[in-house]
Design a protein around this ligand. Structure first.
Ligand SMILES: Cc1cc2nc3c(=O)[nH]c(=O)nc-3n(C[C@H](O)[C@H](O)[C@H](O)COP(=O)(O)O)c2cc1C
Length: 428
């Protein structure tokens, strides 16, 4: 199964497995057999549908049929009413997820991992499947543009790792991924999408979920028409981010449409995702979309990881600057534990902390707001903190973020420069 990195971290890439992936000797017969079988079925059904002939069944049971797991034989996860921390590239690393778990996140997921790189045994991609022992319901999110890569990866992760579910990324808007037909690019390729979902679901003993957007274009919502098909193809949960690829973060998430998707998917559970930054947002959106079974939270958790506590305790928390600083301090410690406390580990911890600080500064303390709670798409007003630390943590300047890391990790090396990877500022 997995080698453990001490008692706390699972899913370390085993050297023999890495070797066989690099040498291309890992045995993927199971995945290949399944794809050939399923693709023949999909082709035949389509042919029969087109010629309006009665659908054929597929003869006697073959070994392909035997390896196919029926939905009811799969392990199950109770999704209802759970708080799901979004997969978050770069920032949703293991130390950050530990913090969110401590504040009450129920479900966590690794950052999007590219199947092609996992199949090559690339260490930086395998870092994305590591799981902390506190992550009791943990998924890995995969991105690929074809069923071969996905199904092989499903087989590989199932055999080599300890994971509770696999999520298929159908929302990534990045040009490079989209143009090659992965992420939200799969939404435009019906046949390939069907093959990806069916094959991945069939090879897994664990549940699979999909994370999608409303569609590709802003005026062409398609998630509601895909939703019932996802169920037929073997999906256990749909998460829908209520924006199209084209919209990125402009405009508010469309929760009325998220509701339509939940209605169309029923009884398959649907989670809503987009713009939750407070308990008030959470209750408003759940009232707007009562058929939705749970929510996923991304930027809300990056800006205020205690949002999970707020939702569970149904309150707005006027957290002090010292308490906030303690969270950052804890992250630095978790970072050093995870990335190492040698020079390289310290600088990795610093880089990832800086990425997180580029979101954290957007938090506006409850006590300084005229009309709490803060809304995710409102531009923060200029304000002075109630003390020096609160003012420092509100600074949009990378120089001040660096100063914060220096309070915890020592001086930056000479010539140090930092530019955040993600543009966190998308206000209406
Ligand atoms: C920094 C960052 C990284 C993200 N990385 C991923 C990712 O790896 N996979 C994914 O499906 N979505 C990713 N997303 C999208 C979020 O999961 C989520 O769908 C989106 O931010 C909307 O939810 P929110 O309003 O709660 O942030 C990312 C978003 C941000 C801000």
């Amino acid at each position: 199964m997995y080698e453990s990195l001490g008692p706390y971290t699972k899913n370390q890439l085993n050297k023999n497995v890495q070797w066989s992936l690099r040498k291309r000797t890992y045995n993927f017969d199971l995945a290949e057999k399944l794809i050939n079988h399923n693709d023949a079925v999909i082709k035949n059904v389509t042919k029969n549908e087109n010629s309006e002939q009665p659908k054929k069944t597929f003869g006697s049971i073959t070994d392909e049929d035997i390896i196919k797991l029926k939905m009811e034989e799969k392990r199950k996860i109770t999704w209802e009413n759970k708080l799901f921390l979004s997969p978050l590239t770069t920032v949703g690393n293991l130390p950050f997820r530990r913090i969110c778990k401590e504040f009450g996140a129920d479900i966590t997921c690794g950052e999007m991992a590219m199947c092609s790189a996992l199949l090559q045994g690339a260490p930086q991609e395998w870092a994305l499947v590591k799981r902390h022992k506190s992550e009791d319901v943990f998924g890995v999110q995969l991105c690929a543009n074809n069923p071969h890569l996905l199904t092989k990866c499903g087989q590989l992760l199932q055999q080599e790792c300890d994971i509770d579910f696999i999520d298929l990324n159908l929302g990534c808007p990045i040009d490079l991924v989209f143009k090659q037909g992965g992420g939200s690019g799969l939404l435009c390729r019906n046949r390939v999408l069907e093959s990806c979902v069916r094959n991945l679901s069939d090879i897994l003993h664990m549940p699979m979920s999909v994370k999608t957007r409303t569609g590709v274009y802003k005026d062409e919502n398609i998630a509601h028409s895909l939703a019932p098909r996802f169920k037929d193809w073997g999906v256990s949960l749909i998460t829908i981010h209520g924006r199209s690829r084209e919209q990125r973060y402009t405009k508010s998430a469309n929760w009325a449409y998220i509701r339509e998707v939940a209605q169309a998917a029923s009884p398959l559970p649907v989670f809503g995702n987009g713009d939750i930054l407070s308990y008030e947002d959470y209750t408003n959106f759940r009232e707007l979309a009562p058929e939705v079974q749970g929510v996923m939270i991304g930027r809300g958790a990056l800006i205020k990881p205690w949002i999970f506590t707020e939702i569970k305790e149904q309150k707005l928390w006027d957290i002090s600057s010292t308490e906030r600083f303690d969270i950052i301090k804890k992250y630095a410690n978790y970072g050093l534990e995870h990335w190492g406390s040698d020079n390289k580990g310290v600088e990795n911890t610093r880089r990832f902390l800086l990425e997180w600080l580029s979101f954290l500064y957007r938090y506006i303390p409850v006590g300084v707001l005229e009309q709490p709670p803060q809304k995710i798409n409102e531009r923060p007003p200029f304000y002075m903190g109630r003390n020096e630390l609160e003012t420092l943590m509100a600074s949009p300047s990378a120089a001040d973020w660096i100063k914060i890391t220096e309070m915890l990790l020592g001086k930056v090396p000479d010539g140090f420069h930092f530019l955040p990877k993600h543009k966190a500022n998308s206000y209406n």
